[in-house]
Design a protein around this ligand. Structure first.
Ligand SMILES: NC(=O)c1ccc[n+]([C@@H]2O[C@H](COP(=O)([O-])OP(=O)(O)OC[C@H]3O[C@@H](n4cnc5c(N)ncnc54)[C@H](O)[C@@H]3O)[C@@H](O)[C@H]2O)c1
Length: 254
């Protein structure tokens, strides 16, 4: 028995990082997982890993989730795989970093598309499927940079868009409640994934600055985010909606 037995869960960005671990942990908890990613090879690898462990997963890739037409088609196909959708897990994101004067308009727009458009498009097109089911959960991965400013690396667009994800979650919760839809955000602290490895490279000073801001003096692991996500997506969290949970090793505590 898992806490997500038979729930159909649509997870975005399952090609790696937190999304891959989410597919594995949600499948372990009994969910039927539908994953998608821009990167087909990596997404297929995740499907293989989940199935080899005895889990249930169907993958769609490549899908560019910044394109509303592709999202609409993908969500439609996803809903037909297992006959509906119970949980939307907004994990996928793309962002750029840089100090304000050097941060181009294109950098700004790419980050807004990668961090705000994606969860809005996916949630919008999944919404009628959740309503049809009599309710469900929209779980969105925000960031502590939506709660506090971030020095390393400079992150003007990331702070604005992740604050937007937290705000959008409250609105999803308000408009979703009459339909039985709960909406919850998790604000991730620094976690080592392909994205953070790419952004930090061999910049040890940046890595140290980031871990020093946490109380636990280390990066988080993807599973430390995803275990909470599994609980929040389950019926055990039935009184939780409109909330934002920081999972950050204490980085927002001081
Ligand atoms: N890693 C961290 O330190 C950290 C901190 C705070 C918040 N977060 C958030 O956690 C979530 C997961 O982050 P991660 O570190 O695992 O990232 P990641 O880059 O390792 O994984 C993101 C996945 O999303 C996919 N993706 C990106 N753009 C896409 C698009 N347009 N269409 C389809 N797929 C797309 C990527 O291919 C990738 O597989 C994101 O929302 C991120 O903003 C991460």
């Amino acid at each position: 028995m898992g806490i997500l037995d038979d729930k159909v869960v649509l997870i975005t960005g399952t090609g790696g990082g937190q999304g891959r671990v989410a597919a594995q942990i949600f499948a372990r908890e009994g969910a039927k997982v539908i994953g998608c990613d821009l990167k087909a090879d990596l997404n297929n690898e995740t499907v293989e890993l989940v199935r080899r462990a005895g889990g249930e997963m169907t993958g769609f890739a490549p899908v560019d989730l910044t394109d509303p037409k592709q999202v609409e088609r993908f969500v439609q196909s996803a809903a037909s795989v297992y006959g509906g959708i119970d949980v939307v897990y907004n994990n996928a994101a793309y962002q750029r970093f840089g100090p304000i004067p050097e941060f181009s308009v294109e950098d700004w727009r790419a980050t807004v598309a990668g961090e705000l458009d994606i969860p809005f498009f996916v949630s919008k097109y999944a919404w009628p499927h959740l309503v049809r089911r009599g309710g469900g959960v929209i779980l969105s991965i925000a960031s502590i940079s939506g709660m506090i400013a971030g020095e390393t690396p400079p992150m003007v667009a990331h702070t604005a868009t992740k604050a937007g994800v937290i705000a959008m979650t409250r609105q999803f919760a308000l408009e979703g409640a009459p339909h039985g839809i709960r909406a919850v955000a998790i604000s991730s602290g620094p976690v080592l994934t392909p994205a953070s490895e790419r952004d930090l490279g061999d910049n040890q000073a940046a890595r140290d600055a980031i871990t020093q801001k946490t109380l636990l003096k280390r990066f988080g692991k993807p599973e430390e985010i995803v275990e909470l996500a599994a609980f929040l997506a389950s019926d055990k969290a039935s009184y939780i909606t409109g909330a934002n949970y920081a999972v950050d090793g204490g980085a927002t505590a001081w």
